[in-house]
Design a protein around this ligand. Structure first.
Ligand code: HOZ
Length: 427
């Protein structure tokens, strides 16, 4: 019998490139037909064939309180009933800004935008405008959205200027982007020694969530902080993925490091399009209308989206929220690791707060190269075996996973049981 997912995928491809509005969703990495989602609730979503899956994407982070949480839905419905968009300021924007500044103390002032790409792109422009410098540093394997100067292929070795990863990005646009190795402290020191006074900013995912899950070492981030201070370079933490995911105060709270600017997204919108960049007030003072760095958006601070974000930010502050989320994520990763071991499959995992990484490798990777060396074919087989068993993991070996507060013991145990069957098929 033809699946409704197949029918929808064929139809989608007639009017949308690749049938999807964001490439990873197309299942190109793992093969097969993407599931078209019709509804979601708690830790589950259902596809067009009405098949239920335990969801470990959680909309790539935002669904931290579980899908369709009644409090969030009510806040959205109430806001929508008052009007969808005004293009004029609202009290809700002040409240969510105050909440973000309270929860992330390095953020003294914040500007709301609609996507993580906008947040990082604007943060870069701010850093360049404030310092009067052009060069930026990013790290191999860190994804910061699809702004031109950040779509740069990793250079091999020290001080290699990048080539554009995407067609349509002129060489000239990325000639100021220096790509260094993640977690390579010496290389960072050398780059600053060579050209520190020309570098406008360093942008980093302090917990990388776009090359599977990779933790920065404390030494790497501490050195970065020290060098940026020494050379007057703006340190930007891209916490679009890890913010409010690895801890209430984000990765910067875990590491005890204050960036100058932070990019946020995902959780602060609770499933609707809200992102933000913010940091030191003196830097944010360069933004228009106060300063000369321009950035704007009709849907920035949209009242319905802000209502979803604000209600989510309140829910994650309930007592025990992160203790429970961290415990459930660890339980998942430990259970999967045990199941793999019992099946004789080379596998390991890592968990931080409500984020996790699964690696078909001997040890948890600390670099992009190590991630790339993991066994992608085994991941792909595992992914499909899990999907067949009703568990939806990210459809790529190079993405992080997400647990919600609704992934209770029964859900985690059902996942581990499914994994036992999946690993047995790999052995
Ligand atoms: N950028 C996301 C993966 N790191 C995918 C976003 C989506 O497909 O929604």
């Amino acid at each position: 019998m033809t699946s409704n997912n197949d029918t929808l995928f064929a139809r989608a491809q007639l009017t949308t490139p690749g049938g999807v509005n964001s490439p990873v969703r197309a299942f190109r990495s793992v093969g097969g037909t993407p599931r078209f989602i019709t509804r979601a609730e708690g830790p589950y979503f259902w596809d067009a064939d009405d098949r239920r899956y335990i969801d470990y994407i959680g909309s790539w982070g935002p669904a931290i309180v579980g899908h369709a949480h009644p409090t969030v839905i009510k806040a959205v419905q109430d806001a929508a009933a008052r009007g969808l968009s005004f293009g004029a300021p609202t009290q809700g924007e002040i409240e969510i800004a105050e909440e973000i500044c309270k929860l992330v103390p390095s953020i003294e002032q914040v500007r709301l935008v609609s996507s993580g790409t906008e947040a990082t792109m604007s943060a870069l422009r701010l850093a360049r405008g404030a310092t009067g410098r052009d060069k930026i540093v990013k790290f191999e394997g860190c994804y910061h959205g699809h702004a031109d100067s950040l779509l740069v292929k990793a250079g091999s070795g020290l001080l290699t200027f990048g080539n554009p990863t995407s067609a349509g990005v002129p060489e000239d646009f990325v000639k100021h982007t220096l790509v260094l190795d993640y977690n390579n402290t010496q290389q960072l020191e050398d780059a600053f020694k060579d050209m520190g006074d020309q570098i406008a900013c360093v942008i980093v995912e302090p917990v990388a969530g776009n090359m599977n899950l990779v933790r920065a070492t404390p030494e790497f981030l501490q050195t970065m902080r020290r060098l940026c201070t020494q050379y007057g370079t703006v340190l930007i933490f891209d916490e679009v993925m890890c913010g409010f995911r690895v801890a209430l105060g984000g990765a910067q709270a875990l590491y005890g490091i204050k960036p100058d600017i932070t990019a946020l997204g995902k959780v602060i919108g609770g499933g609707l399009p809200v992102a933000a960049f913010g940091g030191r007030a003196d830097l944010m003072g360069h933004m228009a209308p106060l300063g000369s760095v321009y950035q704007a958006g009709t849907l920035s601070g949209n009242p319905v989206a802000v209502a979803a974000g604000m209600s989510t930010l309140k829910l994650i502050q309930e007592p025990g929220f992160y203790t429970n989320l961290t415990a459930q994520t660890s339980k998942l990763v430990d259970g999967l690791s045990m199941a793999a071991k019992d099946a004789g499959v080379t596998f390991c995992g890592d968990a931080i707060g409500g984020m996790f990484g699964l690696y078909f490798a001997e040890t948890v990777p600390g670099t992009y190269a190590a991630v790339m060396a993991s066994n992608k074919d085994l991941f792909n087989k595992f992914f499909h075996a899990m999907l067949d068993a009703g568990v939806y993991l990210a459809p790529s070996a190079f993405e992080a996973g997400f647990v919600s507060a609704q992934h209770d013991d029964a859900v985690i145990e059902a996942t581990i049981a499914a994994a036992r069957g999946a690993f047995a098929q790999l052995a």
